[in-house]
Every structure is written in C-alpha cells, then in structure tokens.
Design a protein around this ligand. Structure first.
Ligand code: KIV
Length: 258
C-alpha cells in the first residue's frame, strides 16, 4: 500500500508545483528537507561529485553509501533512490538490488530510467510493494549524447506511449528530462500521475534540478539550469584568504589555540 508521503505527492498533481532536488549527503539533505517535497539520491553523483565521464560508471555500493548519508530519520521530504546503470536489467536482478537498497537506505521509493522496454520490471517491483518513479526523455544511462527530445511527431507519439505504459505499470510519478514544452505539456495532461520536469518546461507538475548545478559547484550549466549561487567563486575567495592567513601567521590566532 502507498505510504502517506507517496499519496501526498500524487495528490499534489495540478494542485501546486512539486519541488525536488538532488542530495548525496546529510548536510545537503538536512537543508533540502525544509523546502523540498522530494529529495533524489541521483546517480548524477557520478559526474557532479566524482567527476566521472557519465552516470554509467557509478556502482551500487557507492550509491548506497550516499543514500545512507542522505537519509534523515523522520524526514518530511520523500527520499527517492536512483537505481544505477546495470542494476535492474531483469526482474530478478532488479528485485534483488532494490531489496538491498531499501534494507540499507530505508528510502521511500526508487527511480528507474526507462529504456523503452523495462515496463515489466517496474510492474513487478510495484507488485512487490516498492514505490517506483519512472524517468523518460533524455535518459543518461541509455543515451550517449545529450539531446533534447520530443521535437518531432514520431518522438511525441512514442514519449506519450512510454509515459502511459509507465503509469500503467504502477509508477507513482515520472521524471521528464529535456522533453520539448509541447510534449511535456501533453504528457502531463494525459497521465494521472505527477510529471517532474528537468529541462522540460513549466508545464510539468513539478521540477527537479541537480543541487550541485544550482549552487555553481558542478561546472555543468546547460540552459535548463538556473545557477542561484556561484559557490565555486565564493570558495576560491575564502580558500585564498585561508592560504594567506596561514602563510602570514594570522591563523591560528590566540582564540583558536589551547
Ligand atoms: O541523477 C539525477 O540527478 C537525476 C535527475 C537529474 C533527474 O536523475
């Protein structure tokens, strides 16, 4: 049965926008928990945190460790864990790995990227009592080159079909990544579960971004990102100050010394 938190997210569709961000550790999730409906332990940790070439390289153990760090007891936000690449290639593998994730992280749900074929895996996970968030459009685990989608009729039809199949499989929401405004709007109006957009226009039921991108720490800033802070610049300034303090013996001062 769906938890109160899942029902709350589903009920928000067309009532108010759903606010979502990623977190990979406790200090960030503690802050997000004050403002976000959903916190995603995203596999974007691979690129944003570890500097890997793409999200395919992150393994399940590393993701689980970030999940454990991100989990706050009695959190208000719904915690979603992003299943990494090659951890849900068939029903048996998906069930085994999702069970492990839920046991170790105690997250509320998992996210599965769609490859246009894995609807049955979502259905089986849901049947076994797991809450699943779908993910369609530009799906980094299955696409090699970044490209917005939904710009032609063929794309449009297949994306709408894919979203419906994911809804029918029992997912409680779907991430729409880099899908044209027109198609994102159509999908949002066609299905009954919330759509969470990333680069997919204001017509989605909610929005998600990678926190490291919006605070200016990831070095990745395509046009769908709004950079709210340039933390890299700020850190450079204060670390330079620290360097000068140490070199000029201004730190540690008497008050920092026993
Ligand atoms: O890994 C991630 O951060 C994601 C979001 C961008 C949706 O999948």
């Amino acid at each position: 049965m769906a938890s109160k938190k899942i029902l709350k997210i589903k009920n928000l569709k067309s009532k108010r926008k759903i606010v979502c961000l990623t977190a990979y550790s406790r200090p960030i999730s503690k802050i997000l928990n004050n403002y976000c409906d959903i916190i995603l332990v995203g596999d974007s940790v691979a690129t944003a945190f570890y500097g890997m070439k793409n999200t395919k390289s992150i393994d399940l153990t590393t993701m689980i460790n970030h999940g454990i760090s991100t989990k706050i007891p009695k959190a208000k936000s719904l915690l979603v864990f992003d299943m990494p690449f090659n951890t849900y290639r068939n029903i048996r593998e998906a069930k085994k790995n999702v069970k492990k994730v839920i046991r170790k992280v105690a997250c509320d749900a998992v996210k599965i990227e769609s490859n246009g074929k894995n609807f049955k895996i979502i259905r089986e996970l849901v049947k076994s009592g797991v809450q699943v968030m779908g993910h369609i459009g530009y799906t980094p685990q299955y696409k090699n080159k970044f490209k917005p989608v939904g710009l032609n009729t063929k794309d449009e039809e297949s994306l709408i079909k894919e979203a419906k199949k994911i809804e029918n499989a029992g997912a409680f929401s779907i991430v729409l990544e880099c899908i044209s405004s027109k198609v994102a709007k159509k999908i949002t109006n066609t299905i009954n579960i919330p759509t969470i957009g990333i680069g997919s226009s204001v017509f989605c039921d909610g929005q998600i971004l990678v926190t490291d991108d919006i605070i200016g720490l990831s070095g990745f800033y395509p046009k769908f990102i709004k950079k709210y802070l340039n933390l890299e610049k700020k850190l450079n300034k204060i670390i330079k100050k620290f360097k000068n303090d140490v070199r000029n013996k201004r730190f540690p001062a008497k008050k920092n010394t026993y």
